[in-house]
Design a protein around this ligand. Sequence first.
Ligand code: 4NP
Length: 167
Amino acid sequence: MDIQTVSKLRLLFVCLGNICRSPAADGIMHLKAAERGWDEALTIDSAGIGGWHVGQLPDSRMRKHAAQRGYDLVHRARQFDKETDFDRFDYIFVMDEQNYSDLRSLARTSDDMDKVRYLGNYITHFGGPQVIPDPYYGGPRDFDFALDLIEDACDQLLDRIAHHNRL
Ligand code: 4NP
């Protein structure tokens, strides 16, 4: 499917701090979309539930592991804003149950809540759908595993967009 037939879809990735998982998903999705020639067709961004790291680049460990796979993570952390982000995006992808319930409490309407999806529901390898655990207090393997899961989910997301023009 070429770029003209993919209508503008707006995708937001959300995790707790916006310095590990969601900026990784953001950077991975940007590159994968560009590889399909869809960078103009998709709006891709990320945000955190919390504001502790606002303005920071992603965690240096995540940047290093992502760079080893060809992803340059340049997003600056920002906090999710319920007054604008539910309106500005068509789909909001969370990493774990905590993110999901946090967004459930922030949702103003059932339409807001309907936009929230588990990114890990789109995983097909590594045993199928699962949450994407926070690697922040983990070691190198935890960062690599989070990237494995996110890459897999992003591939499936793009395939679904290609086939259905929605999710
Ligand atoms: P993230 O990881 O949600 O994947 O960005 C975290 C990073 C920092 C903190 C929590 C999670 N923190 O509490 O500082």
